[in-house]
Ligand binder design. Structure first.
Ligand code: NAP
Length: 257
């Protein structure tokens, strides 16, 4: 074999939501490495600005918008500006999300439930609606939503999070079926335990939780965020051209156990 391999997202314009840390920041790096122009969003501008500078230093085309995904009108404006600036939207990674403290269901406040569902479900809804509109106009595209192992199976605490991540899979399937005829693919990923600031802080405060978490994973470790981001990049690429409506576990075998 000879010749060079074309990066799988070469020439694509991709929106990455929840890009200021963890899996989303890793996705910004991975998508750019695979050749995409990346437009990054989250609420913490200092993080986004620093990441955009890092990416530009590697020669990538990167920019950012401060965005709260709970604000549908703000999401619409970001999608519109992306299309105005780059001519189209080819891919979107709807990854913004929040967890919650491990509290028994009967002790969870309504406001906590609303915060989790508002971010994880309404946020994905807001993003998908406006991205789909742009992709219908552009005659195709690929969307990946971040669910979780908690979108496939329950755990003994965290009901609003579990419900929100199941809902992400429902929205993904509905959109995949409805928009397949427009050349738009919609998939979800279901990460297992993945190293992020949130998880690192939890492990630092409870080494016993870390050991328990690793014991429940067949590979005996948490994922690096880039391992999760690579799956999202693959789903956004033409390599996954016949994959739609799927939820891909990226969990080191956690849900196979
Ligand atoms: P993280 O580092 O805390 O990242 C969460 C991202 O979402 C941040 O960029 C955050 O940015 C953004 N975000 C949160 N609320 C937002 C809002 N209202 N509007 C816009 N952006 C918002 O944690 P992570 O682990 O990478 O999580 C990423 C996704 O993976 C989440 O959907 C999470 O549920 C899912 N997940 C994580 C794991 C894991 O073990 N780490 C496992 C399964 C699923 P700002 O704070 O700057 O807005």
């Amino acid at each position: 074999m000879s010749g060079t391999v074309t990066p799988v997202l070469e020439g694509r314009v991709a929106l990455v939501h929840g890009a200021s840390s963890g899996i989303g920041a890793a996705a910004a790096r991975v998508f750019a490495r695979h050749g995409a122009t990346v437009v990054l969003t989250a609420r913490r501008e200092d993080r986004l600005r620093a990441l955009v500078e890092q990416l530009r230093a590697t020669g990538a085309d990167a920019s950012h918008h401060v965005l709260d995904v709970r604000d549908g009108e703000a999401v619409r404006r970001v999608v519109e500006r992306t299309v105005e600036r780059h001519g189209r939207l080819d891919a979107a990674f709807n990854n913004a999300g929040v967890g919650l403290p491990r509290t028994p269901m009967h002790l969870i406040e309504d406001a906590t439930y609303e915060h989790v569902v508002g971010t994880n479900v309404t946020g994905v809804w807001n993003c998908m609606r406006h991205e789909l509109a742009a992709m219908v106009e552009g005659k195709g595209g690929a969307i990946v939503n971040t669910s979780s192992v908690g979108g496939l199976v329950a755990s003994s605490t965290g009901a609003p999070y579990i419900a929100s991540k199941h809902a992400v899979i429902g929205l993904t399937k509905a959109a995949a079926v409805e928009y397949a005829s427009h050349g738009i693919r919609v998939n979800a990923i279901a990460p297992g335990l993945t190293r992020s600031e949130m998880i690192d802080a939890w492990f630092a405060s409870s080494p016993e939780a870390e050991e328990r978490a690793h014991r429940s994973a067949p590979q005996g470790r948490a994922a690096d965020p880039e391992e999760v981001a690579e799956t999202a990049a693959w789903l956004c690429s033409d390599l996954a051209s016949f994959v739609t409506g799927a939820t891909v576990p990226v969990d080191g075998g956690r849900t196979a156990w």
